[in-house]
Design a protein around this ligand. Structure first.
Ligand code: SF4
Length: 287
């Protein structure tokens, strides 16, 4: 399934520029952007993962992770493939970067109907998660609108790497988001994720005033676990919203990064550092 993409500019000779995310890929005919899910089809930019689903399951809301948004409830969770960051430590790389991992086709209306069908099982709505939902923008926007017609909730679990204009178009339909801040460190993003930190911080700032927001940082030994850095992150989050929740999760070797797992002691120290500024700091991926 594919659909004409939103947010792109037409250039000479059928070249297009995608302006969905800060990469701003200039794409010649027959080629895809960095995310590998937006294709220049003879001068028309297409979303090639539209309606293609790699995973669909009912999860506890805490698994997103969201600990302070309808605790104890369930949420129908859906994902596609493709991602605009290339994190060497990706914990979902099979679906984010794998070759054609899609399993089933679904329309936004069918997805919303399914969410409604499970309302009786404590299901509060849909979480767009697993890979990068912002690279599924057209589908997610339409599904969010369908979900709102049913008075259910929309939850976004994302790397936050999107331009302001498309983000602002999506926000009126969002109820909650968990955004990854992969490190509070300008050098980390280009080195480890092939992106930049500032657009992610901007996304958190914009969302925090508009819907419930929690933030996740995967703590990687020696790469982003300096206590001063964690404390700076917590201080910055407090300046955005004192009640924001921070999840510090444990890294395990995956994809291209083969460091030993984060020691539990380091996570505990990181939590102490963050608690100097925030009241809700949770550890994740720990027993
Ligand atoms: S969404 Fe994809 S194609 Fe568009 S700018 Fe970002 S990485 Fe490039």
């Amino acid at each position: 399934m594919s659909k004409e993409a939103m947010y792109y500019l037409k250039k000479d000779n059928d070249v297009v520029q995608c302006v969905l995310c800060p990469h701003g890929c200039v794409i010649s005919p027959g080629n895809k952007g960095i995310c590998r899910v937006r294709l220049n089809d003879n001068g028309i930019l297409k979303s090639i993962n539209y309606g293609l689903c790699t995973a669909l399951a009912i999860d506890p809301i805490e698994k997103k992770p969201l600990f302070d948004f309808f605790p104890g409830s369930s949420i129908l969770s859906v994902g596609t493939f493709g991602c605009n960051l290339k994190c060497s430590f990706c914990q979902n790389w099979e679906i984010a970067h794998g070759e054609d991992p899609a399993k089933q086709e679904i329309t936004p209306k069918e997805l919303a109907d399914l969410a409604e069908k499970h309302k009786g099982n404590d299901n509060i709505g849909i979480a767009y998660t697993y890979s990068e939902p912002l690279m599924w923008y057209e589908f997610v926007l339409e599904a969010c609108k369908e979900i709102k017609k049913k008075e259910l909730k929309n939850v976004l679990v994302s790397n936050g790497y999107i331009n302001e204009e498309p983000l602002k178009e999506l926000i009126p339909f969002l109820d909650a988001a968990n955004i990854d801040i992969k490190a509070f460190n300008q050098a980390f993003y280009p080195k480890m994720c092939k992106g930049k930190l500032n657009p992610v911080l901007k996304t958190v700032e914009i969302l925090a005033g508009q819907c419930h927001v929690e933030v996740t940082t995967l703590v990687i030994p020696k790469e982003n676990d300096a206590l001063e850095e964690i404390e700076e992150l917590a201080k910055w989050l407090k300046s955005i919203s004192p009640s924001i929740s921070l999840h510090l999760t444990r890294y395990f070797p995956n994809y291209q990064l083969n460091l030993p797992p984060t020691p539990i002691k380091s996570l505990e120290k990181a939590r102490e550092a963050a608690m100097k500024h925030l009241t809700k700091v949770y550890l994740g991926n720990v027993p």
